[in-house]
Design a binder for this molecule. Structure first.
Ligand code: HPA
Length: 296
């Protein structure tokens, strides 16, 4: 027999409060993690995408939690996504890094996909850096360029805020005109100049996957204003903005999107390009994060 949602909120499919990965679970997970950080409040959260995990090795005095040990946290099923939270200092700034995210195409719900993002914001991060591997649609892009995400197209047909709003997190209808914060983007441009790195810019199209796009889909994405395409990020950004964190996005162009080079796409190619881009990405994010150091 179905439970009555009025007497049991956890059985109400529209509830984002008590359900799996709802607000209560986010609070519990944050309470679990906080003392393991030594009660330090990290300032910057960083999500490391496919093949981009090396930045975690740069963290000084790291405290590492496996995501499988965090109550209710979803587990990644994809090779190259390790599922660790790494806390410590990067360039003198307290950071929280999520190495290995989960994706909708693995069968996770949007609430599961954003669960650890919400935990990070709940722990106090005010700025979130999201990184990903993406297919390059802009014909001037090459592998492994880095692209500053100026804006996104959420083409997944899903949104992590569907269901009853959680006022503890944010507004029912959050503004997305600054989904990617313009002042953080300016800091990142300055970091790229300081490193002598060229940084592309553009719009990231977030799709469901897991099949790569057809050449016709890529032509359509180009017409509607996308410069790169990938299977992550957009829901994380929506959830982080909902909770008031500022977001900076970086894509590593890991391949030319379907139909552009005529070559078939493989996950191995994506991970290989990530490995080639790691050194630049690591240097760039380190300088960017260093700009948050308190100046005395
Ligand atoms: N399409 C979708 N997702 C991706 C791609 C792509 O070409 N490359 C890396 N992630």
């Amino acid at each position: 027999m179905m439970a009555d949602p009025k007497s049991d909120p956890s059985s109400d499919p529209k509830s984002n409060h008590e359900g799996r990965c709802g607000v209560a679970a986010v609070m519990r997970a944050a309470d679990f993690v906080r003392p393991r950080l030594g009660d330090v409040v990290p300032r910057v959260g960083i999500v490391l995408g496919s093949g981009l995990g090396a930045l975690a090795d740069e963290v000084e005095a790291p405290k590492v939690l496996s995501t499988v040990d965090i109550p209710d946290a979803p587990r990644s099923t994809v090779a190259g996504h390790e599922g660790r939270l790494v806390f410590g200092r990067l360039a003198g700034v307290h950071v929280a890094m999520l190495q290995g995210r989960v994706h909708l195409y693995e069968g996770y719900t949007p609430s599961e996909v954003v669960f650890l993002i919400r935990v990070l914001v709940r722990l106090g991060i005010e700025n979130l850096v999201v990184t990903n591997a993406a297919g390059g649609i802009d014909p001037s892009f090459s592998v492994p360029d880095l692209m500053l995400i100026r804006d996104h197209l959420n083409l997944t047909g899903l949104n992590p805020l569907v269901g009853s709003n959680v006022p503890e997190f944010g507004l029912r209808f959050p503004d997305m005109t600054q989904a990617y914060d313009s002042s953080l983007a300016e800091r990142m441009r300055a970091a790229a100049r300081a490193q002598g790195l060229s940084l592309r810019e553009g719009v990231y199209a977030g799709v469901l996957g897991p099949s790569y796009e057809t050449p016709a889909e890529i032509r359509m994405l180009r017409v509607i204003g996308a410069h790169a395409v990938g299977m992550s990020t957009v829901h994380e950004v929506i959830a982080a903005r909902h909770m008031g964190a500022r977001v900076l996005g970086l894509s590593c162009i890991s391949n030319l999107a379907a139909g552009i080079s005529g070559e078939p796409l493989t996950h191995e190619e994506v991970t290989r390009a990530g490995a080639r881009a790691q050194a630049d990405l690591t240097a760039l994010v380190k300088v960017f994060v260093g700009s948050f150091q308190e100046r005395h």
